[in-house]
Design a protein around this ligand. Structure first.
Ligand SMILES: *Cc1c(COP(=O)(O)O)cnc(C)c1O
Length: 547
């Protein structure tokens, strides 16, 4: 549903899209032939402004004409009995060796369609259930047809999250044997044949991340494109569950970290869910002062991120500190420009940025303000926050208001800022410019998390709840620090653990420059050398695509 191509092209909302983009960027570098398919999302997700401490959603737009090339092919799908035409734009991701990786952006905003249908591909995660289903018909069925009319000869389909699962119905239709060759009661579809060519990655154990549609809605909008009995067996008997459809139609399925794969197996009993832990595209996510440092000391790091494992021996302390402080000044300048908050470059700076929603517990650090003040009185630090809440996530929006109230309440005691409109560009300055990257989700709901990997790549250690990738990346005091013991949902105990770690371990260590630099180098050599998307991509190729 989303692919982050560039910061100024709003075809993404967050981690899922960034990962899809990093996947394709690594495939391009590794010259693994793939084609990405997503929606054009001409009106993007939304631009976040903060007004009196509340999120305000501003319209966003982009013109594919300016960044992509119009393709001559046209496809169509049937929606509510009407033909909806789909045009395609080509965006090319260029790999380091010049390899060109195509991404197809599907667009229903064409003159042949009704004004209503022209909007189907406009708003990423906008509209109601009916709108979402129409988008998923365009993405799955339309995308599959578009690939064929463009002449792509696809071996394996990788369903990146359940949104695209309707493509399996199109493959079933294509596989159907003619009625006259069937025995009575025999299904015409080659389910096994289709399943062998599909592979599914689940990205979230959260209910809201999984689309379900009532069969009334499905029949009204999509029609009865395949036998209802077969559809119910594959997608659920009460409603069409996109995750279930994807699971049933894929030969291989994976979660995005080891813990997430285990959680997913519990959530979907009877299915075997493997784990391919996420990674980030090294070249994209190293801020330029760090990239220069790596160029000088670890040449070849971008095409072979494993070389970063030598960081603790090869990176001179003074140069690493200087590069980090350049990234930090850039961040502090941005904070001042966007929020008028002046931060102190000498003070340890905590960063927290992600989609703001209750299970991510953005309030954990602020659950006991007296204790936080007391820590800051003895060991001053500052905090920068960022993140959007989905426009219909009322609890998420209230959390943003709470964060702003907290910023005012702590004024004079702790300098804090909320950087509006978290996106790829601000993420890069945040993950590289803070001193500690904080993550406090409620276990086991963080599927992987990737922002912490980006921080680690830039020499910024994580202070994080033991969930998602951090269970695999964490070595206490070497790559960063844990919060709590990773058990589900003990808010008070996790908060205590966070305060203890800050007070007794993290802030005191920041004052011991040599020891702190050891941890910074530990994050690069032990986290960045492993949690990169080249490793992830090679594993997808070997374990999923070439099965
Ligand atoms: C990396 C990134 C994310 C995902 O990070 P999490 O750790 O999963 O929250 C979300 N949004 C942006 C803009 C990012 O760059």
């Amino acid at each position: 549903m989303e692919i982050a191509l560039e910061s100024r092209i709003p075809t993404y909302s967050g981690g899922l899209g960034i990962l899809a983009g990093d996947t394709l960027r690594s495939a391009a570098d590794l010259e693994i032939p793939m084609v990405g398919v997503t929606l054009a999302s001409r009106r993007g997700y939304f631009l976040q402004e903060i007004n009196n401490g509340s999120q305000v959603e501003r319209r966003e737009r982009w013109d594919p004409e300016e960044h992509a090339q119009a393709l001559p092919a046209k496809g169509s799908v049937t929606i509510e009995g009407r033909t909806v035409w789909i045009s395609a734009w080509l965006y090319v991701i260029k790999g380091m060796g010049g390899f060109r990786q195509p991404v197809i952006l599907l667009d229903t905003d064409v003159a042949e369609n009704t004004p209503e249908d022209r909007k189907i591909t406009h708003h990423l995660y906008g509209g109601d259930q009916a709108y979402r289903l129409k988008q998923e018909i365009v993405l799955g069925i339309g995308g599959c047809r578009m690939l064929r009319s463009l002449g792509f000869n696809v071996d394996v389909y990788h369903l990146n999250e359940g949104h695209s699962a309707l493509l399996t119905l199109q493959l079933l239709l294509r596989s159907a044997y003619p009625r006259e060759s069937l025995m009575p009661g025999e299904s015409p579809y080659d389910i096994f044949g289709v399943r062998e060519r599909c592979h599914f990655t689940t990205h979230t154990p959260i209910e809201a991340g999984q689309d379900r549609f009532s069969y009334d809605l499905v029949n009204r909008i999509m029609g009865n494109i395949i036998d209802q009995g077969v559809l119910e067996r594959l997608a659920g008997s009460n409603e069409l569950n996109m995750t279930r459809l994807a699971l049933n139609m894929s030969e291989y399925q994976n979660g995005v970290a080891k813990r997430h794969a285990e959680t997913s197996e519990k959530l979907f009993p009877g299915y075997r869910v493997s784990a391919i832990t996420n990674g980030v595209h090294t070249f994209t996510w190293a801020n330029s002062p760090l990239a220069k440092l790596f160029d000088n000391n670890l040449p070849g790091w971008a095409s072979e991120p494993e070389l970063l494992m030598r960081a603790d021996y090869e990176l001179p302390d003074d140069e690493l500190w200087e590069s980090h402080n350049q990234a930090k000044s850039e961040l502090l300048r941005n904070i001042y420009r966007l929020t008028s908050v002046e931060m102190d470059p000498e003070l340890p700076t905590l960063g927290y940025a992600r989609r703001i929603t209750p299970y991510k517990r953005p309030d954990l650090l602020f659950s006991n303000l007296d204790r936080l003040r007391d820590i800051a009185r003895r060991q001053p630090f500052q905090v920068v926050l960022a993140g959007k809440a989905h426009p219909r996530d009322e609890a998420g929006k209230r959390a943003i208001e709470f964060l702003h109230q907290t910023i005012s309440e702590l004024k004079g005691d702790i300098t804090m800022a909320f950087l509006p409109n978290y996106n790829m560009a601000s993420a890069l300055t945040l993950v590289s410019g803070v001193d500690v990257w904080l993550n406090t989700p409620q276990p086991p709901l963080e599927a992987s998390g990737t922002s912490g990997m980006k921080a680690a790549l830039n020499g910024v250690p994580n202070l994080s709840v033991l969930d998602g990738w951090w269970i695999e990346g964490h070595i206490e005091g070497v790559t960063g620090w844990s919060i709590g013991n990773g058990d589900a949902g003990d808010y008070a105990r996790d908060a205590d653990s966070l305060y203890d770690k800050l007070d007794q371990v993290v802030l005191p260590l920041f004052g011991q420059r040599d020891e702190w630099l050891k941890v910074m180098k530990g994050t690069i050599s032990r986290n960045a050398s492993l949690f990169h998307s080249h490793r992830m991509m090679r594993r997808y190729a070997a374990e999923a695509y070439m099965r």
